[in-house]
Design a protein around this ligand. Structure first.
Ligand SMILES: *[C@@H]1O[C@H](CO)[C@@H](O)[C@H](O)[C@H]1NC(C)=O
Ligand SMILES: *[C@@H]1O[C@H](CO)[C@@H](O)[C@H](O)[C@H]1NC(C)=O
Ligand SMILES: *[C@@H]1O[C@H](CO)[C@@H](O)[C@H](O)[C@H]1NC(C)=O
Ligand SMILES: *[C@@H]1O[C@H](CO)[C@@H](O)[C@H](O)[C@H]1NC(C)=O
Ligand SMILES: *[C@@H]1O[C@H](CO)[C@@H](O)[C@H](O)[C@H]1NC(C)=O
Ligand SMILES: *[C@@H]1O[C@H](CO)[C@@H](O)[C@H](O)[C@H]1NC(C)=O
Ligand SMILES: *[C@@H]1O[C@H](CO)[C@@H](O)[C@H](O)[C@H]1NC(C)=O
Ligand SMILES: *[C@@H]1O[C@H](CO)[C@@H](O)[C@H](O)[C@H]1NC(C)=O
Length: 376
């Protein structure tokens, strides 16, 4: 018993050593690394060095525009992606799990530039080669009717053109094969369109493996970028190398399993020089101390490998304290009579409302957060 008491006293002293630091809330910082990468590599870069590519949960249009003006970047990748399972749907990346997409369909959002987001349809240009174009643009077109191909000098978008072919002749937009390719003598839409992901297919009954793409075609536009010039979203080819914007916050989810005390030592052993301040300073770390539980924090701990993570919550001298020396605002949230040695607080990935009390010697992941300290 005596040993336990003195170790608790030591911890109490450790707590107050942190008091001179200025605590930040979950402040978000956005970054635009100097290199240009394709979308996939950009997302990987953000996840390795920060948290993820930016989404609208993190930064709104005007903030992002202001940031890009400041660093003179015209176009940058953001965390917006076409649904690989449904070409008409666009969603934000899932930052909680770190893979895939989540949330509502954004394809109707007013943030898209005019005519975006484009689906891809095939169009024969003056060079008689095939090019991918926005399906909503109106062009002349070719219909197939049985074995024959007919040119229609009648500007319609791809969908209406397909309807027109059906109405006129019970055919559809033309399927092009090696045998009828010579009938394409003028610019016009043909029946090839991109369904989802990378797959192009013919609308008509007939299929054909024949392709006559122009050099560099077909374009595939499955990734969202932000254009500074008109403050809009564009669908861009994922393999394009563009600037990109990552975000970070003041938290670090450590995927190591430690006791509460081990976690506290780990956080306090971390430290980085800061480069973004005029005054000499250091970043120090402590176990997460937050009086308000937000969904943001719960989402952030989702990538922990344990169901719960240690926070800086500790029961000492009959009361609950945070590692930064603040008392828990609402003591009633947690028990004050602890029979089961549950003297330390955790957060669960699956419970957004409550702090949970646990035996401090259990081992689990934990969350450190960054504190700013000016050096004299
Ligand atoms: C963007 O965020 C800033 C800061 O939170 C806020 O002042 C501004 O009103 C927001 N703008 C829009 C368009 O939501
Ligand atoms: C794609 O999403 C749209 C809009 O949510 C929906 O109307 C359509 O049925 C979906 N298509 C497929 C193949 O799931
Ligand atoms: C936005 O700017 C880009 C680049 O100049 C241009 O291609 C696009 O058409 C513009 N969109 C709108 C809605 O003005
Ligand atoms: C389409 O028809 C218009 C007049 O109806 C004509 O001026 C134009 O040259 C035609 N275009 C082609 C490609 O035949
Ligand atoms: C295509 O059809 C839609 C209705 O389905 C109509 O609103 C649009 O104006 C048509 N576009 C053209 C180019 O005819
Ligand atoms: C095709 O026929 C349908 C039904 O008759 C009509 O509503 C539609 O406007 C026609 N579309 C075109 C592009 O001619
Ligand atoms: C992005 O670049 C990497 C190589 O750096 C390549 O392996 C990957 O296929 C590219 N992804 C896309 C979508 O172009
Ligand atoms: C931590 O514990 C969890 C759950 O028991 C386990 O899945 C994970 O692999 C452990 N992590 C390390 C780094 O040992």
């Amino acid at each position: 018993m005596g040993n336990k008491r003195s170790s608790e006293l030591m911890l109490f002293c450790l707590f107050f050593a942190a008091l001179c630091l200025k605590a930040f809330t979950t402040g978000i910082t956005i970054y635009c690394p100097s290199q240009k990468l394709n979308w996939t590599d950009a997302r990987l870069y953000c996840q390795r060095n920060h948290i993820d590519l930016v989404t609208w949960n993190v930064v709104n249009t005007s903030q992002l525009a202001k940031f890009l003006v400041g660093i003179k970047v015209q176009q940058a990748w953001i965390g917006l992606l076409r649904d690989p399972e449904n070409a008409t749907v666009w969603k934000w990346i899932n930052v909680k799990s770190g893979t895939g997409i989540s949330g509502d369909d954004l394809s109707q959002s007013s943030y898209w530039a005019h005519g975006e987001p484009s689906s891809n349809c095939a169009f024969v240009k003056e060079d008689l080669k095939w090019h991918s174009v926005t399906c909503s643009d109106a062009h002349d077109f070719y219909c197939s009717e049985k074995e024959n191909t007919y040119y229609h000098n009648n500007s319609l978008n791809w969908h209406n053109a397909s309807q027109y072919c059906k109405n006129e002749s019970d055919g559809d937009l033309a399927t092009i094969t090696i045998t009828n390719t010579d009938e394409l003598k003028k610019p016009g839409l043909i029946g090839l369109y991109r369904q989802a992901g990378e797959t192009w297919s013919w609308i008509g009954q007939q299929t054909s493996d024949y392709r006559n793409w122009a050099h560099g075609e077909p374009l595939t536009a499955d990734c969202g970028s932000f254009y500074l010039e008109n403050v809009t979203w564009h669908s861009s080819k994922c393999s394009d190398k563009l600037s990109f914007v990552c975000y970070d916050d003041d938290m670090v989810v450590v995927n190591e399993n430690k006791t509460w005390e081990g976690a506290l030592r780990h956080c306090r052993g971390m430290g980085t020089q800061c480069e973004d301040s005029l005054k000499p300073c250091t970043y120090l770390y402590d176990l997460l101390s937050l009086n308000v539980l937000s969904n943001y924090v719960i989402d952030r701990i989702y990538r922990a490998t344990t169901d719960e993570v240690w926070t800086g919550l500790r029961f000492l001298g009959g009361e609950w304290w945070w590692a930064d020396g603040e008392q828990l605002g609402d003591q009633g949230m947690l028990p004050d009579c602890l029979s089961q040695r549950k003297h330390c607080g955790t957060l669960s990935k699956y419970d957004t409302k409550n702090w949970i009390t646990r035996d401090c010697s259990e081992r689990r992941n934990f969350v450190c957060y960054k504190l700013f300290k000016e050096r004299s």
